[in-house]
Design a binder for this molecule. Sequence first.
Ligand code: NAD
Ligand code: UDP
Length: 314
Amino acid sequence: MKRILITGGAGFIGSHLAQRLLNDGNDIICLDNFFTGSKDNIRHLIGNNRFELVRHDVTLEYFAEVDQIYNLACPASPVHYQYNPIKTMKTSVMGIINMLGLAKRCNARILQASTSEVYGNPQIHPQVESYWGNVNPIGIRSCYDEGKRCAEALMFDYHRQHNIEIRIARIFNTYGPNMALDDGRVVSNFIVQALKNKPITVYGTGAQTRAFCYVEDMTDALVKLMNSDFTGPVNLGNPDERSILDFAKLIIKLTNSNSEIIFKDLPSDDPVQREPDISLARKYLNWAPSTDINEGLIKTINYFARIINTVSVN
Ligand code: NAD
Ligand code: UDP
């Protein structure tokens, strides 16, 4: 049994990770400021004597005795991270400084939830970890992309300077239950629109590509990385690449929806293509995603169908 801190533990991925690590017999501190996360995601864990919920902001120092830290605190949806870009940058940069300080004091191992966004609008396809990326440093996505790049740099500086045990996961588009209804990312937008028979909003022509990984595959990879000897950075995602227009058609099919597809302006700096090369994850973590997209989407659609008319109060 380990004492494990998950920042952003009430969020989409964090809540699945908390459940998984509890199931494995660990003691969990779930830290969150509830900006995009929700108590609904972890309500069933409250009352478990190995689960502790702390309302706290990672931009402020936090003290606890822990063996491992999963640093997930950061809004992940473009809509939410662009809402207050200065706060987003502070969350990534001050957050990782505070968590690395905690790791140093406790001699804890720390995993950073980094992102495929460190590759920006990639000119190498599929993306490999050795690629340094093509990031606009002054655009509307920069608060997120550069914040995450800075966090990776700090992780390696603490590793070199203070021998902190670090793990860096470059997470690619992940989906599943516990995404917020108003999350704004493509999976939740399309499913909610389809379930309400409202128009499906494809940005641009829909020719841009993404590759979607089911959340349980992702939490499995994160736990494997944390407990491996591999520092990373390592790409974690599902290489099943498809265009956003095809993805919209798939959601309409799986929901039996009457929705039409409408086209809206493409936000600036929206990456044209994205697909992880997961050779390193296969080699060092013996991991590859196993959930078929149809199976994962049906579970996600059922989740949204259940919560679509509920109101959440934090
Ligand atoms: P999410 O928005 O559902 O979860 C983020 C959590 O962090 C939320 O619970 C939020 O309330 C919390 N948070 C935000 N700012 C905070 C702060 N200052 N202090 C404390 N808590 C704060 O997003 P997610 O999809 O679960 O993403 C989790 C992590 O994984 C993020 O760091 C994200 O950048 C990374 N990631 C996710 C994806 C994906 O596709 N889901 C892809 C790449 C990277
Ligand atoms: N997108 C879309 N319609 C939406 C939301 C997103 O066409 O309602 C597109 C978006 O422009 C991007 C892709 O879907 O090309 C994935 O967007 P998301 O916000 O999920 O995450 P990203 O991978 O861009 O960080």
